[in-house]
Design a protein around this ligand. Sequence first.
Ligand SMILES: NC(=O)c1ccc[n+]([C@@H]2O[C@H](COP(=O)([O-])OP(=O)(O)OC[C@H]3O[C@@H](n4cnc5c(N)ncnc54)[C@H](OP(=O)(O)O)[C@@H]3O)[C@@H](O)[C@H]2O)c1
Length: 335
Amino acid sequence: MTTLFPETMTAVEIAAPGGPEVLRPARRPRPQPGPGEVLIQVVAAGVNRPDTLQRQGKYAPPPGVSDIPGLEISGTVAACGEGVERWQIGDRLCALVAGGGYAEYCVAPVVQCLPVPGPLSLVEAAALPETLFTVWTNVFERGRLVAGESLLVHGGASGIGTTAIPLATARGALVFATAGSREKCAACERLGAVRAIDYRQEDFVAVLRDLTQERGVDVILDMVGGDYLTRNLEVLAVEGRLVQIAFLKGARVELDLYPIMQKRLTLTGSTLRPRTIAAKGAIAQALEREVWPLLEAGRFKPLIHATYPLEQAAEAHRVMEASEHIGKLVLVVPS
Ligand SMILES: NC(=O)c1ccc[n+]([C@@H]2O[C@H](COP(=O)([O-])OP(=O)(O)OC[C@H]3O[C@@H](n4cnc5c(N)ncnc54)[C@H](OP(=O)(O)O)[C@@H]3O)[C@@H](O)[C@H]2O)c1
């Protein structure tokens, strides 16, 4: 590999666990790509809710992973480690990383890198990996959603939700969503949801029972947890699948087992970050085969709420934790 790069770089580090103000620009050593890795000169980095949990000290990086936050990036290949054949220096790509994305340079396992879809900018591409890997593996692999079935997406205006809605719609599902304001619901419907429910004004169980003539929905993607569990079980159809990806309203709940037996329901879920590189590589392959053609054809693209210079990561976290955004927040590295 070549070494024509600065030995240090600007990164945004977590000075100590705490509020957004603990995110501070710092000088860090530039990472080196190992075998099977590429060094990426980062153009943009997506911001995800798990980054805010890491900043608060509630979501430690897996062993051996950079303490710098940031789970998805786009940019150009700056150097290739041993055994990397697919990418050349200068290629544009986006990548899922287990950490280290809020920086000028980041290394990524080659199997977690994907090309930038033709119609998308590098800023848009930075908003793809964390959400698409999560949505694909949870909605389509674990949730087994197929064309003609129905999907309920809680948190429809989130980064995850604004990806799940158009992707499931493009793959032929009937999509419903919940969100916390009329404006957010309108955005979900523009993305393809046949009906978005303002959970502050309406009871999603009652609305969906009515809309589905008491049948219920086939798959639910839930990040809320808490008292949503019972209501989710109520609104699932026979053979329905509940996929849990977070628990914003709490992880500990009382569960009535009867609806699970009566309707032959499946309760599942997953976390992405601790999974093996091989598992993430398998998801990347499925995405390239099943989802990249939709992005290439312009069938959907990430909804970017706002961009911030890398050094203003704290402001992006403030906006995210206030849930002011609709879609994705992206940090841009000054060129
Ligand atoms: N399991 C995994 O592999 C995985 C991977 C990535 C992300 N996640 C999780 O997925 C979730 C979404 O991530 P993201 O990056 O897309 O975050 P995000 O854009 O910040 O979205 C979070 C959403 O949650 C909603 N919300 C917040 N508190 C709520 C509450 N008490 N009840 C109902 N809704 C609430 C907010 O919308 P409203 O204004 O509509 O309430 C907001 O749109 C996060 O919880 C994250 O930790 C899981």
